[in-house]
Design a protein around this ligand. Sequence first.
Ligand code: NOJ
Length: 571
Amino acid sequence: MKPEVKPQESFPWWKTTTVYHIYPRSFKDSNGDGIGDLRGIVSCLDYIRDLGFQTIWLSPVFASPQVDFGYDVSDYFSVAPEYGNNEDLKLLIEEVHSRDMKILLDLVLNHTSDRHPWFLVSCESRDNPKRDWYVWRDGRKPGGKAPPNNWRNEIGGAGWHYHEKTGQWYWAAFLPCQPDLNYRNPEVRETMIGVVKHWLRFGADGYRLDIIGNIFEDPLFRNNPMCLTFLPGSDKPGMLFRSHVMTKNHPDTISFMKELRKATEEEEPPQRLLVGEVSGETGLIREFCGKEKPDGLHSVFTFKVMDTPFTAKGFRKLIEELETCFPDPFIPAWAFSNHDRTRRISVLGGSIEKAKLNAALLLTARAIPFVYYGEEIGMEQSQIPMKEAKDGLTPYFYRRVPRFLLPILQKISMGAVNRDGCRTPMQWNDESNAGFTSPDAEPWLPVNVNYKSVNVKSQKNDPHSLYNCYRRFLRVRREYTALSRGGLHLLSLPGLSKGVLAFKREITPVVEAGASEKPNRVYVFLNFMKKRTRIPSPEPGLKAVVSTYLDVPKVEGDSFNLRPHEGVVLA
Ligand code: NOJ
């Protein structure tokens, strides 16, 4: 029988891509002011391409008072001067495309800065034309001095803020300086879709959409009910015994995702990537990508990967859940680190072996993998005192939470109270300022003290390094289409230890146009134990093609050895 040929279009670029996440402020400074910038990023594109990534995502680069470093936008149409200008962004996009790579921008649709001209106008009076662009509400009696209802923001504080001049309250899902836009106003929806289209026409290949689950609130402004959740988790958005059901993941949000998808598909070329930052139960967040068919966002982050215990059992359970909730053609996005959370290697107790195994998992799972700058060299979380923090979130907690509780909160929130520690400058080399900025400049955040030993230059020259492990796995992922396109089937083989996570990635039953000559099936074995173990080979004639160790294990007869924390791909 002639094999069915699946057309190339069923594997758009975004489904098979690998993404390198850049925090622009911290990546590379080209003008010696101690702040990373767009021209700095241009100068490092070859590094990212040679490492093996196909796409970059930039945290926000638009004009902003930078209280929340760009997640508080004051002009959606201009690049922030500290990062360059629109021409520099044009140049960056061209340079990315000339390397056959893609670029995602970060778009904050939910809220603006309180210094955005729209909000300033909105504050002028109750009847100005921009009043209804934000979520304004009368307070409760007597005198309207009590907030309209019991809604709290995403960080557990009051979400309503009283405005003396006009005697009403405005809603902010995040910091008070980030007022929420009112998506029930058609003008707002139209304007923001205009922003989406603007940067696509400018050349962006898509967006990461900031707290996109928060853009609609309950239209009747009903109180959030009590719930059993005290601390929020990636799949439990409530906190302090209060659910967020009236302020998060509202059903109207899901229909707006379709509008966004449609807006991107109306542009040329129509193949772009929209990936949403959402939290909630896995089945629910999948709905952001479409209920019955994929007609919403292309993907969403499944933050549960960050909370999953680093064990074979933990990831087996997670993968089972994701395969149930995100069956092909849906695909989740995975990130173990980002600009809000403790750096991954620090979560893993500083272990390079575990970080390598983590890389092997990330780059072989059926997901769009996102790697945060510096993760590839094992950059560690810096200890920056709360008092000195540059993060706009830290003073918010500092003013409200008893001092002795702050370190505990920082730990249980995985670094979310003071996020400076995961945003320190990229460690390029062992020279002064780690090559991030000129040696005599003062970087906006101190470089991690370990830069002399943990840096790109030294790891490039060391074949055993974490950097070279990432590079090998990225290469194998590109070469073996089964890894980037295939389905995933968990394996339970007789004699396989429970401490080993094993799965098959397979393209069946189709032969794809444009697929490589490599086999349509590969096997992944990840040993989460600190002891070696014998692995039964799932079929005869297999060979290890990559390992987290430099040399690959030899399959002898019908089995092979996996060393402590070793991850391999067999083909
Ligand atoms: C999520 C972003 O990742 C975070 O950095 C930001 O502070 C909040 N959204 C508010 O925009």
